[in-house]
Ligand binder design. Structure first.
Ligand SMILES: C[S@@+](CC[C@H](N)C(=O)[O-])C[C@H]1O[C@@H](n2cnc3c(N)ncnc32)[C@H](O)[C@@H]1O
Length: 197
């Protein structure tokens, strides 16, 4: 959407990608914790280049099917491994030698657009997945979490994320919250978590 200066507003998912682009380079490792239609997986695979690699998680076959089509068309599948498992189990499926070297992990919570709206990320597994993520993130690495409050369970999940983030700000991590530009009830929030040491 264009604002009064005529420039288009960036969505929170675009802002998340812009934040990740600042830390992600050719040859890096990255994780997409919620593959969905594959937009973030595509972005990550494109940014790590042919020497880098991406692992993506989603519990739905339809999501991985759509993402495979998008990545295949762009000849990016060689650098991506898609896993039909819950993201809270990521440490089991991300190669051991990546642990502590992953530069980017992206979460875009909620339900699959153009899919079954009753299949949503859940507060308890999301928190476990965030815990797993900070354990494998590189120093200087960054995670983004786009959280939605407008669907059933979304507010509880967002509250749980806020609680989980609270102690993180004390040391080792820099945490930024970016609200949606247009605030309505149920508008999403973006959290950017950067490991500083
Ligand atoms: C908003 S969509 C992700 C959109 C995606 N990032 C994109 O660029 O198209 C959220 C996705 O999370 C998935 N999901 C739900 N619970 C999950 C879990 N426990 N582990 C991994 N993915 C999950 C859903 O199936 C859905 O596809």
């Amino acid at each position: 959407m264009a604002d009064m200066t005529g420039s288009r507003r960036q969505s929170l998912t675009e802002k998340a990608q812009a934040k990740i682009a600042k830390v992600l380079s050719y040859g890096d490792y990255a994780v997409d914790a919620t593959v969905g239609n594959g937009n973030d997986t595509f972005f990550l695979a494109d940014h790590v280049g042919p020497e880098g690699a991406v692992v993506g998680f989603d519990i739905q076959e339809l999501a991985l099917h759509r993402a495979t089509a998008v990545l295949g068309e762009a000849q990016l599948l060689q650098r991506v491994k898609l896993v039909q498992k819950s993201h809270h189990r990521m440490a089991e499926f991300v190669p051991d030698d990546w642990h502590g070297k992953i530069k980017a992990i992206m979460f875009n919570l909620g339900y699959l657009p153009r899919g079954d709206k009753s299949v949503i990320t859940q507060a308890d597994t999301t928190i476990l997945a965030l815990e797993a993520s900070i354990k494998i993130l590189a120093v200087g690495g960054r995670m983004t979490v786009v959280a939605y409050t407008g669907h059933d369970g979304g507010q509880e999940e967002t509250n749980a994320i806020r609680e989980w983030l609270r102690p993180l700000t004390i040391s080792h991590y820099d945490v930024e919250m970016i609200p949606a530009e247009v605030q309505t009830s149920g508008s999403p929030e973006l959290y950017v978590i950067t490991r500083t040491d």
